[in-house]
Design a protein around this ligand. Structure first.
Ligand SMILES: [Zn+2]
Length: 109
C-alpha cells in the first residue's frame, strides 16, 4: 500500500549494531532491491579511495555511511520522540503515513 521509509525521512536505528542503535539521521538513499537504506552520518565505514586526478580529488581514506537493513530502522515521530511503527491511511487518492502510536502524520520537510 505504501512505503514505510522514504528518501528524506528522519529515521531512528532501532536494532542492529550497538554503535548505531538509537541514532537518528536523514535517509539519503533507499536500496529497494536489497531492502537496505543509507542514512546520513550512521554506520560510517572507512573506505580507501583512489581519488580522481581528473577532478583534482586526492586519494586516501574516506568515511561514508554504509547501508543498514530497512527492518532495523523506523521513521522518527516528533511527537513520540522515538522511532515508531507506521500505519497507512487513505485520504482521497493519497496515502498518508501516520504514527501507529499517536496518529500524528509523519512528514519530513
Ligand atoms: Zn507518534
Amino acid at each position: 500500500m505504501g512505503t514505510r521509509v522514504k528518501k528524506g525521512d528522519i529515521v531512528q536505528v532501532m536494532a542492529g549494531k550497538k554503535e548505531n542503535k538509537g541514532k537518528m539521521g536523514k535517509v539519503l538513499k533507499i536500496l529497494a532491491e536489497k531492502d537496505r537504506v543509507i542514512i546520513e552520518g550512521i554506520n560510517l565505514v572507512k573506505k580507501s579511495s583512489k581519488g580522481d586526478p581528473a577532478n583534482n580529488k586526492p586519494g586516501g581514506i574516506i568515511t561514508e555511511p554504509a547501508p543498514l537493513h530497512l527492518s532495523n530502522v523506523m521513521p522518527y515521530c516528533n511527537n513520540c520522540h522515538t522511532g515508531v511503527r507506521v500505519k497507512f491511511e487513505r485520504h482521497g487518492g493519497k496515502v498518508i503515513r501516520k504514527c501507529a502510536k499517536c496518529a500524528a502524520a509523519l512528514e519530513y520537510k
